[in-house]
Design a protein around this ligand. Structure first.
Ligand code: GPV
Length: 833
């Protein structure tokens, strides 16, 4: 056998991340090389789309340099890794993020300009990766960026959906869902890792194998197996310091084509297995804060959980000879209960496959997992019928029973719980036709459980996990959400950043909490004017988008009052639109009064099967049509619903808001993150004492935020005491008139009864406290009107908002997770106070 020659120098890719020059010449050449050799195009035939691909590929090379260096460093130092398991990663576009984090904005712009290509237009061609529904998925994306920026070694594990979140159109005022197709032109960021593939089983039987002299083993023989193939996307952090991996799984059949069937002429049947396998990762479920319930969803959950765990275990065993130290080297975060079946699956891998004794395996499992809860809404708490679970995942079901037996034994014998308390902590719900409770499973299998805002965490302890919390009082802790300031300030609001830098220097770019130094400029009239000028320019940009997409003119000088988020009854877009109708009535009946011009902006998607939410969209559009066509209120009130809200649209909207609507029924919004993006960009919040609004109030100060409405406790009491809307409505002429016009068809003349039942729900038990909160909401809006007349004061408050929002950076959230839960990441990060 020929030995490799010791003397031969093998040229290899450098592992020094910084050999490339960052000048325009170099980048222009690299982009041209990609255009030529990766895309096979010349500059004369290249379409804009080719330039986009070439730019992404050139930038990607630079990310790879850092990626290799990061991976080598983590491997060499045997650092602990964080594995963030999430069904959703709502990452949006990546090009600007990458360019900005690598400090290449100017040279790339100049390089493209040499070919007569505009970077801004190139960026628009990148499809939004919409692999998530809303806040939960976007949080995962912000966390990935922050983990890279704070140098926490991490893998994001999720699903590579072929079709992401649906595209929304509005036809005759109503939502229409269209398939989304982000991969249609390929994805320049991802690497398919065909060698990193795992078999995932479903169904079949479990048998007990007894061999002499050995404890009995359980062997699962799945009836069905599919392949999970890894697709990796590098996520580059701020200043390119560190690069992590987002690993998304794609499902494939083990046999892509059944040749026997094909040869006997059954061409459709030959592909059945492929279709069935690929269906698993075909489409994202569009249900937000709501249990999807179908078998395919459970298949998705197990598919990506099992693939991720097999990957984690295999990688661990590449370095260590045992799984005993798994928890020292990996922290697995469960993003909500969607990956909660992981608890049972890791136990299966440890006990059945790797022969670890049960109690030891349980210790490892608990030490490895932690779980984040994102909602208290009962309709969103995941449970699965036992018979379905058993049929699809028979061994995992057995393991859950065994975990439950241990849990109940401990609760009864060591803690003396009674039957009622036992049934509350049990992993099996016996009251609704026997179901597996995924929240209880995730809680039981984790050493730490966190809520996403201070209020939400406290309510968790009193509601969903009341009895488990009593059993394990140390387990629940709070980790208030955050947003990445790179995307949500630096990239989406460059002019504001320039202004901030002129005032306080560039330090805030590396430590966002230094924004606090901006506070003193709130009283500086010339700074305020410049701050307001940036806001106006951002509003002009949004006005242009509105004009292009809706052919509606909105005046950038009016208050831009914006509510963008998923459409949900608890988020109360309905309250906002009723207030709009009341304002419309008032302006018409008192046209001589000095009304403050307002533009009400709405955007957001409704789950396709959520009728009430779709009705609210329809109502907003109906109201917009009538008001915008009425010459009596022209220039004083406009209403726009911008279709197809997504990450890219949010990047235009956040910097353009004067008023941010965060008006959920108190106690129901776990945290909110849009609230943070708006305030960071200088919008004033009108909001309830809900989720992270409570902490925003503490940081921003009561003088700089507009809080109204019932508290969470008052809402709970009102509900318990059988609150009804009708008596409230009768006492409030404004609300009464607005509601009557809605239910009498003023905004739906061709279908006058359209909103009768929607409006009727307020007269009835007013579950979302819309009638209950209306008057205070109205009054608070009028205070905003008045404040607008004193622009100096408004702008002072706006500056305070930006200055005081640094704490809501996801770098801070990640630092807390790293320090308190994961015990991972650089010492400097874990040492945050
Ligand atoms: I559960 N959230 C979401 O976007 N989708 C879900 O399915 C569930 C929760 C959201 C919460 O509603 C927000 O309050 C929160 O800010 C966000 O998750 C991130 O924690």
């Amino acid at each position: 056998i020929a030995k490799p020659q010791a003397t031969r120098k093998v040229p290899r890719a450098t592992n020094n991340p910084l050999p490339r020059a960052n000048d325009t010449d170099t980048l222009a050449l690299e982009i041209l090389e990609k255009l030529t050799y990766s895309l096979g195009k010349t500059t004369s035939v290249a379409r804009m789309h080719d330039w986009m691909d070439a730019t992404c590929l050139a930038v990607r090379d630079r990310i790879i340099d850092h990626w290799i260096a990061s991976t080598q460093k983590v491997t060499k130092e045997h650092s602990k890794r964080v594995c963030y398991l999430s069904m959703e990663f709502l990452i949006g576009r990546l090009l600007r993020d990458a360019i900005n984090n690598l400090g290449l904005s100017e040279p790339v712009k100049q390089a493209l300009a040499r070919y007569g290509v505009d970077l801004d237009l190139v960026e628009l061609l990148e499809p939004d990766a919409a692999l998530g529904n809303g806040g939960l998925g976007r949080l995962a994306a912000c966390f990935m960026e922050s983990m890279a920026s704070t140098e926490v070694p991490a893998f994001g594990y999720g699903i590579r959906y072929v079709h992401g979140f649906f595209r929304q159109e509005i036809a005759d005022g109503a939502q229409v869902e269209l398939p989304e197709d982000w991969l249609a032109h390929g994805n320049p960021w991802e690497f398919e890792r065909r060698e990193t593939a795992y078999e995932i089983g479903f169904g079949g039987k479990v048998t007990m194998v007894e061999e002499p002299g050995r404890p009995p083993r359980y062997v699962w023989r799945p009836a069905e197996r599919v392949l999970a193939v890894a697709f990796d996307t590098p996520i580059v952090g701020w200043r390119g310091k560190h690069v992590n991996t987002l690993r998304l799984w794609s499902a494939q059949a083990l046999d892509p084509i059944l040749l026997d069937a094909f040869n006997s002429g059954d061409h459709i049947g030959a592909l059945l297995e492929s279709n069935r396998a690929e269906a698993i990762t075909r489409v994202l479920y569009p249900a937000d804060s709501h249990q999807a319930g179908q078998e395919l969803r459970l298949r998705q959950e197990f598919f990506f959980s099992s693939a991720s765990l097999q990957d984690i275990v295999r990688r661990h065993l590449q370095t260590y000879d045992s799984l005993d130290n798994l928890a020292d080297k990996v922290a697995i975060q469960l993003n909500d209960t969607h990956p909660a079946v992981s608890v049972a699956e890791l136990m299966r891998l440890l006990v059945d496959i790797h022969g670890i004794e049960w109690d030891k395996a349980w210790e490892i499992t608990q030490a490895t997992f932690s779980y984040t809860n994102h909602t208290l809404l009962p309709e969103a708490l995941e449970t699965w019928p036992i018979h379905l679970f058993e049929r699809l995942l028979p061994r995992q079901m057995q393991i859950i029973y065994a975990i439950n037996a241990d849990l109940i034994r401990h609760a009864r014998l060591d803690k003396g719980l009674d039957d009622g308390q036992i049934s509350a902590v049990s992993l099996i719900d016996e009251n609704n036709g026997r179901r597996v409770r995924m929240g209880q499973l995730a809680f039981a299998g984790s050493h730490a459980v966190n809520g996403v805002s201070a209020l939400h965490t406290e309510l968790m302890k009193e509601t969903v996990f009341r009895d488990l919390h009593r059993l394990y009082p140390e387990r629940i802790e709070n980790k208030t959400n955050g947003v990445t300031p790179r995307r949500w300030l630096f990239e989406c609001n460059p002019d504001l950043c320039k202004l901030i830098e002129e005032a306080i220097g560039p330090g805030f770019r590396d430590n966002i909490e230094l924004l606090a130094e901006l506070d003193k400029f709130a009283d500086d009239a010339s700074f305020r004017d410049k701050f307001a000028a940036v806001k106006l320019a951002n509003k002009q940009r949004l006005a242009k988008v509105v004009e292009e997409r809706l052919a509606t003119y909105v005046d950038p000088k009016a208050i831009f009052d914006i509510q963008v988020k998923r459409i949900h009854e608890y988020k109360r877009q309905f309250l906002n639109i009723i207030e709009t109708v009341a304002l419309y009535d008032q302006i018409r009946s008192s046209p001589h009064l000095d009304w403050t011009p307002r533009v009400k902006v709405f955007a957001g998607k409704a789950a396709p099967s959520y009728q009430e939410a779709k009705q609210i969209i329809h109502l907003i559009n109906d109201v917009a049509r009538v008001i915008n066509a009425d010459p009596a209120v022209r220039n004083l009130l406009k209403v726009v619903f911008i279709p197809n809200y997504n990450v890219s649209l949010a990047e235009i909207i956040m910097p353009a808001a004067d008023v941010s609507e965060q008006i959920s029924t108190a106690g129901l919004e776990a945290s909110g993150t849009g609230n943070m993006k708006f305030a960071l960009n200088g919008a004033l919040t009108i909001g309830t004492l809900d989720g992270a609004n409570v902490e925003m109030l503490e940081h921003i100060g009561a003088d700089n935020i507009f809080i109204f409405g019932l508290t969470a406790e008052e809402v709970a009491n009102a509900r318990a005491n059988g609150h009804m809307g009708q008596p409230v409505i009768e006492r409030q002429p404004l609300l009464r008139a607005a509601l009557e016009s809605i239910e009498n068809g003023v905004f739906s003349e061709n279908d006058p009864g359209r909103y009768r039942s929607l409006a009727g729900s307020l007269r009835d038990r007013d579950w979302w406290m819309i009638a209950a909160d209306f008057q205070e909401y109205w009054n608070t809006q009028r205070r905003l009107d008045e404040l607008w007349l004193d622009r100096a004061k408004w702008n002072t408050m706006a500056v305070h908002n930006t200055a005081r929002m640094g704490w809501f950076s996801s770098d801070r959230s990640i630092g807390e997770y790293a320090r308190d839960i994961w015990k991972a990441g650089p010492k400097s990060i874990q040492a945050i106070s």
